[in-house]
Design a protein around this ligand. Structure first.
Ligand code: FAD
Ligand code: UDP
Length: 376
């Protein structure tokens, strides 16, 4: 069969590779001038530092198969994400750990004492928190919530935390020890040559052709192929017939400096009075080579509602969006010769490992359908 795959991010690359290895012919198109989707990295022409163009990406997973899969295509250097947070003029460690709690409250508590202390701080009468704010008050109490989450979340999502789902906060742990690893997964790292090289290696196969600077809307040849795997925005595929699904987008303000600007990769700015959410210093995402750069490049990150021309980053998924999404899903079920995949094709926030895991699972389903002669 001949497949048209729209999007050269992880979703498109992983499915392309699998289908090519099964003997199919694949044309991958992407409207951007580069491979890699939102994980795109490239060396800065001025400094040589590897930059993460759409925001910092750290690979972390608990899925052994996904970890093994990515090792096939590139070398990963160990990397532990340790985030700092500035609140009311002081620097802390994030996620909330025993260090954060002791520093914030000016104490020297041991784990059990801190657990009891936070239990007393927490608002107890919320058996099942209905939103982000209630979840935070229930988990950590008002003082830590206001210092670390209220302002940051309002900036990040453009809404008061009481209007946001509790699930967003559940992504972050609260620890009663000094483990300041932002993630809890056993495997964590960064590809030494960057994500774009890794994804290009996945795409390097004699039966895969990649066409960059090519949008689905202008690529007529797709119609003559047997099947399309579409990893672009679901609403865009259907010409926004049910309306536009809401996204947050990001603006990055570049800072060039000498030496070391902030001494670490990521500092979050939790106060609402500071308009950006965080500053990331990209050479620190590659500690194995950071010392060889005398200059440094950082980005202040500003979050706002995406307009029609903006790159979609975070799906908003409030009640209005989920009702619209249902309509698109019903429409997608009736569309012929096309399957939807990935963070934009399914309108969900997906980490890279989940993206890869889902792409591999989709390939398994396609294999089964093809083996049984059923339509995809
Ligand atoms: P994408 O990477 O978005 O690829 C889709 C591609 O389709 C794009 O290249 C786009 O140009 C192309 N396309 C879309 N429409 C069309 C069209 N009509 N015609 C042609 N081409 C089209 N995950 C982690 O695991 N760790 C992290 O630290 C992390 N950090 C993140 C930080 C930010 C700011 C964001 C927003 C996400 C982060 N992620 C992280 C998630 C990660 O970016 C996604 O898991 C990954 O990008 C999903 O890959 P994808 O292929 O599904 O989508
Ligand atoms: N968050 C916060 N303060 C911080 C970091 C995170 O309030 O310093 C909130 C914010 O709402 C964010 C959520 O916690 O969306 C989950 O954190 P994560 O790091 O997963 O956020 P992401 O940048 O991926 O949205």
């Amino acid at each position: 069969m001949h497949f048209c795959i729209v999007g050269a991010g992880f979703s498109g690359a992983v499915t392309a590779r699998h289908l090519a290895e099964r003997g199919h012919r694949i044309t991958v198109i992407d409207e951007r001038p580069h491979n890699g989707g939102n994980c795109h990295t490239a060396r800065d022409p001025q400094t040589g530092i590897m930059l993460h163009h759409y925001g910092p990406h750290i690979f972390h997973t608990a899925q052994e198969t996904v970890w093994q899969y990515v090792q096939r295509f590139g070398r990963f250097a160990p990397y532990i994400n340790r985030v700092k947070a500035i609140s009311q003029g002081r620097v802390y460690t994030l996620p909330i750990t025993l260090l954060t709690i002791n520093q914030f409250f000016g104490k020297t508590m041991q784990p059990a004492e801190a657990r009891e202390f936070i239990r007393q701080q927490a608002v107890q009468d919320m058996a099942s928190p209905r939103n982000f704010e209630e979840q935070a008050l229930h988990m950590i109490g008002p003082a830590l919530y206001e210092a670390f989450f209220k302002g940051y979340t309002t900036k990040q999502w453009g809404l008061p935390p009481a209007d946001l789902p509790a699930a967003i906060l559940k992504r972050l742990p609260v620890r009663f020890n000094y483990d300041d690893n932002y993630f809890s997964h056993p495997y964590q790292g960064i590809p030494v040559e960057g994500y774009t090289t890794l994804i290009e290696t996945i795409l390097t196969h004699p039966r895969i052709t990649v066409r960059l600077n090519t949008s689905f809307e202008t690529f007529q040849s797709c119609n003559s192929m047997d099947h399309t795997l579409y990893t672009g925005p679901l609403d865009r595929y259907f010409s926004f017939c049910h309306g536009r699904l809401g996204y947050r987008t990001l603006n990055f303000e570049r800072i060039d400096a000498k030496g070391d600007y902030q001494g670490t990769a990521v500092i979050n700015y939790c106060d609402e009075s500071i308009p950006y959410t965080r500053i990331s210093e990209h050479k620190h995402f590659a500690p194995w080579e950071a010392a060889r750069f005398s200059r440094t490049v950082c980005f202040r990150e500003y979050s706002r509602l995406a307009g029609p021309e903006d790159a979609p980053y975070y799906p908003i998924r409030l009640a209005g969006e989920t009702a619209m999404l249902d309509r698109y899903v019903r429409t997608a079920m009736t569309a012929r010769n096309v399957s939807f995949l990935g963070r934009l094709g399914t309108y969900r926030y997906l980490d890279m490992d989940v993206t890869i895991g889902e792409a591999l699972a989709a390939c398994q389903i396609m294999d089964d359908h093809l083996a049984e002669g059923r339509p995809l």
